[in-house]
Design a protein around this ligand. Structure first.
Ligand code: HEM
Length: 469
């Protein structure tokens, strides 16, 4: 049994931490290997770690689940989104949608945007479209059997096509879908380079990168505004998220303006594209490295589906498939860090946190704490069995955040991932190219730095080979 708290000095009022420098604090150590640095800092200094200054603010890492709960839930109103979200480049992209808003504006948006993602009827309709898009991918893959693919890139395209179709009903092979995917590549490259840069070249300076980025945002805007206006002038009779958002009214009876609808859609791209894709990439990587887990997955798929395509009703029976997803997101949480500022002084796990500090929560760090996770570095889906999960602190696991701002796409994306694993795994085994280096890249979502080249092995021929052996 894992002990729930080993830190002896919870009553100490001032948090300690690694050596830091004036103005830049621990930035030099943190920016080169942030996962190791922060994980070691939490293991060494405890529940709340002081990481020195970052410009005029003090920086604290909150590692203990009780501290995480305090920030995300108990004292939620005292925290506003961190600096990354105030960066002008990010605002130009996400506008005033849910992710970027605070206070009453956020509450209003949340009430409008949450229902489509939580309605069983809507999820069931999205399930059908997901099945079609995955079937299309399998069809393409069939023509390149035994060839090498980059699973990271393929999963990104797949997630993008699913999200774009669920939001806008755009055909997966349409010109617009392709343009959004292309534009996204530019947006992502720009954002990845810039997010951890100490100095950001203002967008008003027309460097080639700034110009490319603004053009990409323009491409996305033209498509999204075009669809919104077309529907306002013609028919809005679609079974997709945009249609639900257009029909939704807030408490005052007002519906969203074109600008707000655009922001809502684009922020769902931001929130949904790379997070889902990178998680799927890690799932295939981990399965390729753990044949025992893969074998158990096959047993479940055979028992529940016996080779057929899953239905929405099958999902609750794909329990081990879900445990693989949960364990992958524990080891490799796509959103590995969250930052915010406290408006007023606070006390977290007994430590004083002065007003205006920058607070970081790290799903990666908290999900690797040895006091809460036995063998934290081991890939072990069995730890998600009901018996082994029963006593676990809810906030020891936060790949989807927590509290009022918890991810609204959680059910959508878990459904999507269960379906993708079930459909692909029944037909193919994905083998990592031997010797390929795999290491996490922290610059944006947590993804594989050098991609994930894999070969596609048809399941039947593999089973025949194994039978002959
Ligand atoms: C594996 C995939 C995903 C992961 C790991 C993930 C993770 C997260 C996390 C950690 C947050 C909280 C951020 C914060 O507190 O600042 C969040 C928020 C959010 N997510 Fe997801 N997400 C995923 C997929 C999706 C998808 C597919 C959608 C929708 C298409 C989505 C929509 C959102 C939205 C709109 C928010 C903002 C909620 C708010 O501020 O009230 N996410 N997500």
């Amino acid at each position: 049994m894992v002990k729930q708290s080993i830190y002896p000095d919870v009553h100490k009022k001032t948090a300690s931490g690694p050596r830091s420098y004036p103005i830049i604090g621990c930035f030099p150590q943190m920016s080169s290997k942030p996962l190791q640095f922060l994980t070691n800092a939490a293991r060494e200094y405890g529940d709340v770690v002081h990481l020195g200054p970052i410009g005029p603010q003090q920086l604290y890492l909150i590692a203990h689940p009780d501290g995480v709960k305090h920030v995300l839930l108990d004292n939620f109103n005292n925290y506003v989104k961190g600096a990354n979200f105030k960066d002008r480049d990010f605002t130009i992209l996400v506008g005033n949608g849910l992710i970027n808003s605070q206070g009453e504006a956020w509450r209003r948006q949340r009430r409008v945007m949450q229902p489509p993602f939580h309605s069983r009827q809507q999820l069931s309709a999205m399930f059908t479209l997901m099945t079609d898009v995955i079937e299309e991918l399998l069809e393409q893959w069939r023509s390149i059997e035994n060839a090498q693919i980059d699973v990271a890139a393929e999963m990104l395209k797949l997630s993008q096509k699913i999200v774009i179709k669920a939001l806008l009903s755009l055909d997966t092979n349409s010109k617009e879908t392709d343009q959004i995917i292309q534009a996204w590549r530019t947006v992502l490259a720009f954002h990845t380079r810039r997010i951890w840069a100490f100095f950001k070249v203002p967008l008003s300076i027309p460097t080639p990168r700034n110009v490319q980025f603004l053009q990409a945002v323009q491409t996305i805007d033209t498509i999204v505004y075009g669809i919104i206006r077309e529907r306002k002038q013609g028919s809005n009779d679609y079974n997709d998220i945009l249609s639900l958002l257009m029909n939704a009214h807030d408490e005052s009876g007002e519906s969203s303006s074109d600008e707000l609808l655009r922001d809502e859609i684009v922020e769902l791209f931001v929130a949904g594209f790379d997070t889902s894709a990178t998680t799927l990439g890690w799932i295939w990587y981990l399965l390729s490295q753990h044949p025992n887990v893969e074998a158990k997955l096959q047993e479940e798929l055979t028992a529940v589906l016996g080779g057929r395509t899953p239905t929405f009703e099958d999902l609750p029976n794909l329990k081990y498939t879900k445990m693989i997803i949960q364990e992958t997101m524990r080891l490799y949480p796509a959103v590995w860090i969250l930052s915010m500022n406290n408006v007023e002084d606070d006390e977290i796990c007994g430590y004083h946190i002065p007003a205006g500090s920058m607070i970081v929560l790290s799903p990666y760090v908290t999900q690797h704490l040895p006091n809460f996770w036995e063998n934290p570095d081991k890939f072990e889906p069995e730890r998600w069995s009901p018996e082994r999960s029963a006593d676990r602190s809810r906030f020891a696991y936060l790949p989807f955040g927590g509290g009022p701002r918890q991810c609204i796409g959680e059910v959508f994306v878990t459904t999507e991932m269960q379906l993708i694993i079930a459909m692909i795994s029944q037909q193919l085994r994905l083998n990592l190219v031997p010797g390929h280096p795999v290491e996490p890249d922290t610059r944006h979502v947590l993804r594989a730095l050098h991609g994930l080249p894999m070969t596609l092995e048809p399941r039947k021929s593999r089973e025949l080979t194994l039978q002959k052996m």
